[in-house]
Design a protein around this ligand. Sequence first.
Ligand SMILES: Cc1ncc(COP(=O)(O)O)c(C=O)c1O
Length: 392
Amino acid sequence: MSAASTGPGSPFDVTLEEMRLHRSAKWSRVKADVLPAWTAEMDVRTAPAIAEALHTAVDRSDFGYAGHPKPVVDAFAGFARDVWDWDPVAGTGSVRVMGDVGVGVQEILRAVTSPGDRVMLNPPVYLSFYPWITGLGLVPDDVPMLDQDRGGRLDLEGIERSLAGGTRVVLLCSPHNPLGMVTPREDLAAVAHLARAHGALVIADEIHAPLVHPGSERQFVPFLAVSDAAREVGIALHSPSKAWNLAGLKLAVGVVADRSRWPAAMTGGLDWGAGILGQYAAVAAYTGGREWLDVVRREIEERAAQLQPLLAEHLPGVRYHRPSASYLAWLDCRELGLGDDPAQAFLERGRVLLSPGPAFGPGGTGFARLNIGTSQELMTEAVRRMASALDR
Ligand SMILES: Cc1ncc(COP(=O)(O)O)c(C=O)c1O
């Protein structure tokens, strides 16, 4: 395998053999000869603080319904204050615990819209946004990202047109999946201003926020921290599930700047949908998982850099702009001649599973999303397999 490997002691120091034992979606929903590089799970050993907390839960056989949300709220608020200089519970701020971000988005949408309403999103964008919206009888209103080949930016004029045309909700992905773009403060402020002027709600999905790369030019700015307008129109959603790789433990939080802004029609017992192990893990992540997270962020940034020469060597036809956040690489494969959905050819001929570009909405045709939240060896193997799809 590659000369410079993921070092021992690294959270990413995992082997293919042990990963194949995992029952998580990424690893169990593929055939035995396929290397999975699709859904957003990382191949990492968990943070020591989280392992310890989960062992405590096991030792206590504490597997009942989710407990009182306060420890999670306090832990999240402490993390947000330290890392982003943002106090989500300042004044009348309110944090609510829920099962996951998907439940939160859909529950908010259900509470504030009627079937046929339009929800704006900025494709290519996280593929599950589409079924969440259409499943409620709502209509996705695409305002594609601009300058994708330079990392991407919001089309503020397009957003204004969409709002003027009656869009009820803006579903922001910040930082952006799959582009790995960290939204600038002024763009967030502009969206807030426009949403307020047109009476729209902004749901800011900030799930990837703890994973901004240490060397990123821009740091993460929480939507609710940008302006009074943002605090009036915004609901932010966070979770430790991406940054600490806890998706299966089921815990997310929603934040509003004033508790009166929770839509009245939202289900009262949302916090019962969280998992109790998610609660143990979230408290440990936000309070004791910072050092581990810093190592992981550094390594992801390295992986994003290592991918460039790797593609140049094995797949020179693929274009890739390094992300500034998270562990997803958005690959422009249009020059490879593999058609609209190159992930299909990579799977069929290379036995490596990427996420299909077209599912990310307009702008996804001819693209595929590679998960680089793994060891250097496994990322290298994924690229080799992709390249082998061209040879056959
Ligand atoms: C932007 C974004 N939002 C939401 C999710 C899903 O989060 P959850 O598992 O909390 O529903 C993901 C998962 O990859 C994501 O990338």
